[in-house]
Design a protein around this ligand. Structure first.
Ligand SMILES: Nc1ncnc2c1ncn2[C@@H]1O[C@H](COP(=O)(O)OP(=O)(O)OP(=O)(O)O)[C@@H](O)[C@H]1O
Ligand SMILES: O=C(O)C1=C[C@@H](O)[C@@H](O)[C@H](O)C1
Length: 165
């Protein structure tokens, strides 16, 4: 793996991961997509019939496997929380996509289908973001601010960091 992208829901991991892997001409892996293929249903529908703990167990297993793939890996928003050791132990650079609350709200309201947004509501989501922030930062090699930047600009910033390593 050349780079791992982490960040809160709506920070742009999936979008930037696609852009970045195209620019670098490497494989793109999205942990949420890998999980969806594994469970055979959407994450939303899985959450309706299973506990979050069951989801986290599958997420951890698939993360461990995905760390051995080549290319770019974008994770789920909650992936770093119970897997900090895996991220700390790797030599693959970890990029945190950061955004202020207002940006996250704008991006999340554009789309539906995120089970935690449905469960917690927007106030709860922003509280969760604040709670997770220290854990995200603790495992990141680079923090990339994404407010008012296109996914292309964010991707270019990551490429510059990768090239100057
Ligand atoms: N830099 C950006 N500027 C504007 N819109 C963006 C940017 N990055 C992502 N978006 C938009 O924000 C929404 C969420 O992006 P995306 O699905 O990539 O986030 P994510 O971090 O992968 O979220 P999740 O963890 O919930 O899957 C999408 O509609 C996407 O088009
Ligand atoms: O922030 C989270 O905990 C999640 C984010 C999504 O990417 C999915 O992995 C799932 O909906 C959980």
């Amino acid at each position: 793996m050349q780079a791992i992208i982490i960040g809160f829901m709506g920070s742009g991991k999936t979008t930037v991961g696609r852009e970045l892997s195209e620019s670098l001409n490497v494989n793109n892996h999205d942990l949420d997509e890998i999980i969806v293929n594994q469970i055979g249903e959407s994450i939303s529908s899985f959450f309706k019939t299973h506990s979050e703990a069951e989801f986290r167990k599958i997420e951890r297993q698939q993360l461990q496997k995905a760390m051995n793939l080549e290319g770019i890996l974008s994770t789920g928003g909650g992936t770093p929380m119970q897997n900090s050791q895996i991220f700390k132990a790797t030599s693959i650079p970890v990029f945190l996509l950061d955004a202020v609350d207002e940006t996250i709200l704008k991006r999340l309201t554009k789309e539906s289908g995120r089970p935690l947004v449905e469960k917690l509501g927007m106030d709860g989501i922003l509280q969760l973001k604040a709670k997770r922030q220290p854990a995200y930062e603790a495992i990141s090699d680079y923090i990339i601010h994404t407010d008012n930047k296109t996914p292309q600009a964010v991707s270019k910033e990551i490429i510059n960091k990768l090239r100057s390593r």
